[in-house]
Design a binder for this molecule. Structure first.
Ligand code: NAI
Length: 708
């Protein structure tokens, strides 16, 4: 036996314990240890049955994800011993009972299914989440699961990847018994009850594999759902194919088919990208100059100023996390409007099954409306979400400085204003920070945390920690115009407009980016957010525009016509009562006219050009941000785009995508656009440098990190 797996005996029952903290991952040594334990169980006549259990807080939570990257980069080989181990467990001559607490995910569930019986505590969860990393189960999960749970359940679990509860697992036949109370004692008692009985081998079962007619319907429906809900992804379809193989082929051939499909997924760009995103979310919490042990400010009560679109959503975010919120407005009508929006949002969540009525009632009790700053002295943190205007923000922060207790975090939700200037309205700029939520705040996972020049490390560390508590992905960014996300979004949307002005149809631009994988095209996104928002900002900053440099004209003109987007029933598209977008031929005519007046020639434009123009505009600005240090690493930008702008995770984010295309190729195309369209396309110096050196943004970030 190894240190990682121990065997003890309890009156005829072998207790095999996996001890590989923190999550008993199937790292090298664990399969070998289990195999040795199985030999012992078979050899020792005093052992009549065995229980396999995880030490610590969980059963086996899954494979070691780092191993996948090693295989695809040629630095490792797949733990080929795992599949034979499962056969070894299944062939054990004495009953093996798998005792599950915590989670049995991925390889953990595959291991559990090779046992003859499974018992679990009610709080346990099981699942095959591989698809979330662009993979499918690779150790017969797609072959054993339908034999235990039936074809429909197996397809759902393998193609969607969501965990199921122990009760659900019991109902579907994945586990045999729920154990209330002590799991080990219950599992040992269960093992005693099956001594001498035939040990059922999952791989030899066929009673749940359905008929060809039933299965055809299940697979067709699953494929349709996958194409719709997991658009462009290959792993869900591969998972369905693998389960289908289980219904058509003998076990060993089904396993071979699974292996082929697994390899196809593992070596796909999609899986590499999704694994990059998985590790990226864990990377962005690391701030080089802020050690993990930095003191944090406990945030137990919060106040929000402004109950508009953002303030209301932000109040919900805190209430959802159980944190009491004081919500301040200027007058009763605005406050009533804000509260009624919150109530409507919660009612929708109950309708959609996201929350229970009881949960919502508790959240609503935590939100306390007010028209004054009374009570602000008790708040550990204030989030300001009033109208976007420097004078007003400064006035509010001056007031907060007077009423808030020393040490309280003073945060602004501004999307464009300078955090340092806002902080200058207080006597404590070190307490001031930007917390840039994304709309709708109660839904979008991204939180840009904006570091001002005086913001203290404690305040930053506290906000990073808090973001996790409130269910957000916090990414630290620097204080530049638009911060990271919106600064890059500007050039992206600028190109979308230019393309229409140059002759692409509104529908073609949106369709090309939708096909690329964006949740929504850039023009439809503009209509959703309100075209007037950018229009107002452009008017304010017009004096900064360089004369002679081309600026988009169409959105300003649309706004002048009162076409602000969805809210006015028309923008780039027309909208019906239920806000469904309808093509508007009037827009094409108007844009052609405006283009002719501005001397812009119109021409046919390919989908490829649309994608390159919009994405490389994003990447070129991202390169500037990275070089200037406003984002800590390329992966931070990727995480921002995936969580705040619905960038497809399977493309890994804009910077990862550019690395995958090859920076030389991206740079050459940017130069081509510069020749055609002028200085807006000046390549970022970092892009040029890395293209010349044959390096990637990821490598650059790694070197920067090592130097820091
Ligand atoms: P909004 O116009 O919906 O709401 C602003 C609210 O602040 C209004 O209800 C107003 O009555 C209230 N208010 C004004 N002065 C106040 C004061 N002294 N005390 C209390 N309440 C006051 O605006 P929205 O969209 O919620 O934006 C708020 C902030 O969030 C802005 O800084 C904006 O740039 C930023 N933001 C907006 C996003 C969006 O998509 N709408 C996204 C991210 C940030």
């Amino acid at each position: 036996m190894s240190d990682l797996v121990q065997l003890t005996k309890d009156n005829g029952i072998a207790i095999i314990t996996i001890n590989n903290p923190p999550v008993n991952a199937l790292s090298p040594g664990v399969p070998e240890g289990i195999s040795a334990a199985m030999d012992e169980v078979d050899r020792d006549d005093s052992i009549k049955a065995a229980v396999l259990i995880g030490g610590g807080r969980t059963f086996v939570a899954g494979a070691d994800i780092k191993e996948f990257g090693k295989i695809t980069s040629g630095k490792g080989t797949r733990g080929e011993g795992f599949k034979p181990l499962l056969l070894r467990v299944e062939d054990c001559r004495k009953p093996v009972v798998m005792a599950i607490h915590g989670t049995a995910f991925g390889g953990g569930l595959e291991l559990a299914m090779a046992g003859h019986y499974r018992v679990a505590v009610p709080a346990a969860q099981v699942g095959q989440p591989e698809v979330k990393l662009g993979l499918i189960p690779g150790a017969a999960g797609t072959q054993r699961l339908p034999r235990l749970a039936g074809v429909a359940k197996a397809v759902e679990m393998c193609a969607e990847g969501n965990p199921i509860s122990a009760q659900d697992a019991l109902n579907s036949g994945i586990i045999d018994k729920l154990i209330d109370g002590d799991l080990l004692a219950g599992a040992v008692a269960f093992a005693r009850s099956v001594i001498g009985k035939p040990a059922p081998k999952t791989r030899e079962r066929g009673d749940k594999l359905g008929t060809p007619q039933q299965n055809a319907r299940i697979f067709a429906a699953a494929r349709e759902t996958a194409r719709k809900k997991q658009r462009n992804l290959i792993a869900p379809l591969a998972a369905i194919d693998a389960v289908e193989a289980a219904t058509k082929l003998p076990f060993s051939e089904g396993c071979q088919r699974e292996q082929e499909l697994f390899a196809k997924c593992l070596f796909s760009d999609q899986s590499k990208a999704l694994i990059h995103v998985f590790f990226g979310e864990r990377e962005v919490v690391k701030i080089p100059d802020i050690p993990r042990e930095t003191r944090t400010i406990p945030v137990n009560t919060v106040a929000v100023v402004g109950a508009g679109t953002m303030g209301g959503g932000i109040a919900m975010v805190f209430a959802n996390a159980g944190i009491p919120v004081l919500l301040k407005e200027t007058d009763q009508a605005a406050l009533d409007r804000g509260l009624s929006n919150i109530q409507k949002n919660y009612a929708n969540s109950v309708k959609r099954g996201r929350f229970t009525q009881q949960f919502v009632d508790e959240c609503l009790k935590l939100i306390r409306p007010t028209l004054s700053y009374d009570g602000f002295a008790g708040a550990d943190m204030v989030v300001e979400a009033v109208f976007e205007g420097m004078a007003l923000k400064k006035e509010v922060f001056g007031q907060l400085d007077r009423v808030c207790k020393p040490g309280a975090i003073l945060a602004s939700n501004t999307s464009t204003l300078n955090i340092d200037e806002i902080a200058s309205a207080t006597s404590r700029p070190k307490s001031v920070i930007g917390t840039h939520f994304f709309s709708p705040a109660n839904v979008m996972r991204l939180l840009e945390i904006v570091r001002g020049k005086s913001t203290s490390k404690e305040v930053i560390a506290s906000c990073m920690q808090l973001s996790k508590k409130i269910g957000k992905v916090g990414v630290l960014v620097g204080n530049c115009m638009g911060f990271v996300g919106n600064r890059m979004f500007g050039p992206y949307r600028r190109e979308a407009q230019f393309l229409v002005e140059e002759g692409a149809s509104v529908e073609a631009v949106d369709a090309a980016l939708y096909e690329y994988g964006m949740a929504m095209g850039p023009l439809a996104t503009g209509d959703l957010a309100g075209l007037d928002v950018g229009w107002r900002i452009r008017k304010e900053y017009r004096h900064l525009q360089k004369p002679g440099v081309r600026q988009p004209i169409a959105e300003d003109r649309l706004c002048e016509l009162g076409r602000y987007g969805q809210k006015t029933g028309a923008g780039w598209y027309k909208y019906d009562e239920s806000r469904r977008a309808i093509s508007d031929p009037e827009v094409a005519k108007l844009v052609s006219k405006w283009a002719a007046e501005a001397g812009i020639a119109q021409r046919p434009i390919s989908a490829e050009e649309i994608v390159d123009r919009c994405l490389y505009a994003l990447v070129n600005e991202g390169a500037r941000i990275l070089e200037e240090g406003y984002a800590l690493r390329a992966v931070d930008i990727d995480i921002i785009y995936i969580n705040g702008y619905a960038f497809p995770a399977y493309r890994g984010g804009p910077m990862w995508y550019a690395d995958a295309v090859g920076l030389k190729k991206v740079y050459d195309r940017v130069c081509e656009f510069q020749q055609q369209h002028g200085e807006l396309w000046t390549p970022a110096p970092l892009l040029k440098q890395l293209a010349e050196q044959g390096k990637t943004f990821a490598e650059f970030s790694k070197e920067q990190g090592a130097a820091a």
